[in-house]
Design a protein around this ligand. Sequence first.
Ligand code: IMP
Length: 422
Amino acid sequence: MPNTILIGAQWGDEGKGKIIDVLTDRADLVVRMQGGNNAGHTVLVGKKKYVLHLIPSGILRPGKRCVIGNGVVLDPIHLMGEIDGLRKLGVRVKENLFVSETAHVVFPYHRLLDEHRETAKGKNKIGTTKRGIGPAYGDKAARTGIRLVDLMDSSTFSKLLQQRVHANNTLLTSLGSKRLSFKKIEAEYQAAARKLKPFVTDTVHLLHDACERGDQMLFEGAQGTFLDIDHGTYPFVTSSSTTAGGACTGTGVAPNRIDRVVGVMKAYTTRVGEGPMPTEDDLLSDHFHQMGREYGATTGRARRCGWLDAILTRHARIVNGINEFAVTNLDGLDTLSTIRVCTGYRLGRKTIDRIPNAMGQLAQCRPVYTEFPGWEQSTEKCRKWSDLPLNARRYLRAIAELSGAKLRIVSVGPARAQTIEL
Ligand code: IMP
C-alpha cells in the first residue's frame, strides 16, 4: 500500500475508525498526527466494540506499529487509562506503541479554561468536547506549553508546571474557579509519566527510518476538514490542522513521502457542536436517532444530521488533494424513498457553488438539491459492488463524481466484513 493519509471530508465522525481498521491490514505503521482525546474512533471487531480516543486504531491488529505524532495534544492520564482499558480487553499494547516526545500535554487548567470559555460565549458557544483541546493548542502557539519531553524530566517538569499553575490560577480564580493544587497535579502527572516512559520517543526519526526501509504508513486523521483551524467553518472548528497538510507538520514526515489521500465521507452529513450546516434536516435527524444512530462516540451528544453536501466534499477534495473517497454509512439511507444531495447554495438572489468564508453568509445559505430515487432495501449484507441495488450504485457514482474523485470503498455497516472495495 502506498503511504496514505486518511482524512475526514466533512465535520468529523465520518467513520474513519472503521476505514482505518480495514486499510491497516496493508500498512506497517498507523500514525495519529493531530487532535487529542476529543476524537472518538469506533471499531467493531467480531462482536467486540472498541472506542479509541488517542491511540491509533491500528493497535487492534497484531504486528502493526502505532505512532502518536508531535501534532497531537495528549492527556497522559487519559492515555494510560486507554492503554489499561485495551489491555483488559486482551489487546497487546507494548512495543507496538510509540508516542512523540514533542507532543504537547493537556492539563486540568486547559479543561477548566475550555469550560469557562464556552460558558462565557453563551449562545455563541462552539460546543467543544471540553477536553481542553483549544487551550492546550493555545498554549502551544503562545509558547507556554509543556511537552512530553519536559514531563519526562522531573525537575524541568516541576519548574515549568509551577509557573503554569501559578499563571492559570490567577486567571481561573478571576473567573470564579477554585485554585488548582500544583502538588496534586505534579504527583498525578509524574505517576502517569513513569508508566508512559517506555512509549515515549523521538518519533520523527522513527518515522524517517521506517520510510527509508520502505515501510508503509497510514496517517489517521481525526475530526474532519470543516473542523480544521484554517480551512474549517471558523470559529466553529477545533484547534488543530485536520486537513492533509497536518499529517506532515504533525509527524515530521515530508510531503514528498505521501502517495495518496483518501477522503472519508458519510453518505449523508452530520455535525456535533455549533456552527452553520446548510443541509441540516430535522426529519432526517429524527430518522437516524430513531434508528439509534448518530450519537457522538466521545460525548454521547446527538449529532445534527442532514443530506450530503457536495459543495463541502468538493472543497474537501481541493484542500486535501483527495485522490479517492470512502463512503460510509450507506445503509443509513436504506429505507428512504428519495435521497437529496446539495449541489449549490442559494444566497440572497444568487446561486453559488462555493462555501462562503463569512459564517453569517454560510448560515444564510439555502441548499439547492438534486434528488435521487432510494433503493428501499437493505444493503447490510452486500459484499461486492454488484450486490448493491442499482439505485444505490447510481447514488454512489453520482456523489463521487460531484465530489471530484474516484470512489474506492463503500461501507454498509460497522463490521470489518461490511466493506466493499472497488
Ligand atoms: P474541541 O475539539 O473539543 O475544541 O471542539 C471544537 C469543535 O469540534 C466542536 O464543534 C466539537 O464538537 C468538534 N469536534 C471535536 N472533535 C470531534 C470529533 O472527533 N468528531 C466530531 N466533532 C468533533
